[in-house]
Design a protein around this ligand. Structure first.
Ligand code: SF4
Length: 350
């Protein structure tokens, strides 16, 4: 890919000039934490006219993991817990996994679920399965591989989240005002643009799937403006995303998981927004193996992450932002995660 093209200042300026000709006040939500980071990194928010407001959404898997998950993991004894890095610093009700590790718990950070499967050859291991549609195929593959290896010591805690039902939940919330979505590029590569067709059909607003380079993002915003009176889903990331998505990845997901409800931090329980491990693979289901209950507790009540994740407030509207809550001393998950809105605003827009 020619990154120079997608970062060319003259092209970006030309698109921004067209965006500045639009005068109506509009609010667009960038659903994905990677978009929030990219917008901050390239300083794009400051280059937009004041009438175009970008708000961040719930597309950070660590941020939407309920505090009860941390509490339940800390209760597990004499097993290895393998997780992606950011989760170990997320506060539960009293402790983080990092604290628990300092007190002797065997908590490992891994870069792939296959690493967790390897750990299970030596010791009973639970892999903490967080992530959206992008991450899920690799975890489904790992469960299939555990089956092939007949590996009894391995299980996955299924905490997966699906983006389209979360967008539906946001749009039926009367307090959330959005004129369109900047839709996630990576998730859309798996599910395809057709997964969002319900948005214009049911809610009369549109969305643009776009990539993460500055030209991708400004073109996405320009397309959002162009379709505002004729809402539709536009694919501005066709070098990666198709209408149908990745059929092989979707088939692997369906083989291992069935649709279920999921508890989102900040958004509560959303019907059909998660995945359950199918009974054929129940020996790898940590929920059943360890009788884990995921509830909707929020952890530190002073943290306003739940409002940030719905775009109801901006990170700097939280009284703790940058004063008490910083990346070195995070009070809530939105400041912990490398894709969290509060972390992005702290790093780039403070
Ligand atoms: S600044 Fe910290 S305390 Fe405030 S909403 Fe963000 S993560 Fe929560």
């Amino acid at each position: 890919m020619n990154l120079k093209y997608y970062r060319a200042p003259d092209l970006i300026k030309r698109v921004l000039k067209e965006i500045h000709e639009y005068r109506q006040p509009v609010t667009f939500m960038e659903v994905c934490g990677s978009h929030t980071m990219a917008i901050g990194h390239w300083g794009l928010r400051k280059l937009l006219p004041e009438n175009i407001r970008l708000i961040s959404g719930p597309g950070c898997p660590v941020c939407v993991t309920p505090a009860s998950v941390i509490d339940e993991l800390i209760k597990l004894k004499d097993i290895t817990i393998a997780t992606f890095g950011d989760l170990i610093r997320v506060p539960g009700s009293d402790q983080t996994l990092e604290h628990a590790r300092a007190l002797g718990a065997d908590i490992r950070t891994v870069y792939s679920p296959l690493e967790a499967l390897e750990l299970s050859q030596k010791r009973e291991t639970v892999f903490v399965g967080i992530g959206f549609e992008t991450t899920i195929p690799g975890i489904a593959y790992t469960i299939l591989e555990a089956g092939r290896q007949n590996q009894d010591n391995f299980s996955v805690l299924p905490l997966f989240k699906l983006i389209p039902p979360a967008l539906n939940a946001l749009l039926i919330d009367d307090e959330v005002e959005i004129d369109g979505f900047i839709l996630p590029g990576h998730v859309s590569a798996v599910i395809g643009t057709q997964a969002y067709d319900f948005i214009p059909q049911k809610f009369g607003i549109g969305g643009v799937v776009t990539g993460f380079e500055p030209l991708d993002i400004v073109l996405g915003i320009k397309k959002m403006i162009e379709q505002i009176n004729k809402p539709q889903i536009i694919n501005e990331y066709s070098r990666i995303v198709t209408t149908e998505g990745n059929m092989a990845a979707k088939a692997t997901i369906s083989e291992v998981f069935s649709i279920g409800n999921a508890v989102w931090r900040g958004l509560g329980e959303i019907p059909d927004s998660g995945l359950d491990i199918r009974t054929e693979y129940s020996q790898f289901d940590a929920l059943r193996k360890y009788d884990i209950q995921i509830t909707n507790i929020e952890g530190n009540t002073a943290c306003r992450c739940s409002s940030v994740l719905k775009g109801k407030i901006m990170p700097f509207d939280c009284p703790l932002f940058a004063e008490i809550c910083t990346p070195n001393n995070p009070v809530g998950p939105c400041m912990v995660s490398s894709e969290g809105s509060c972390a992005a605003y702290y790093k780039y827009e403070k």
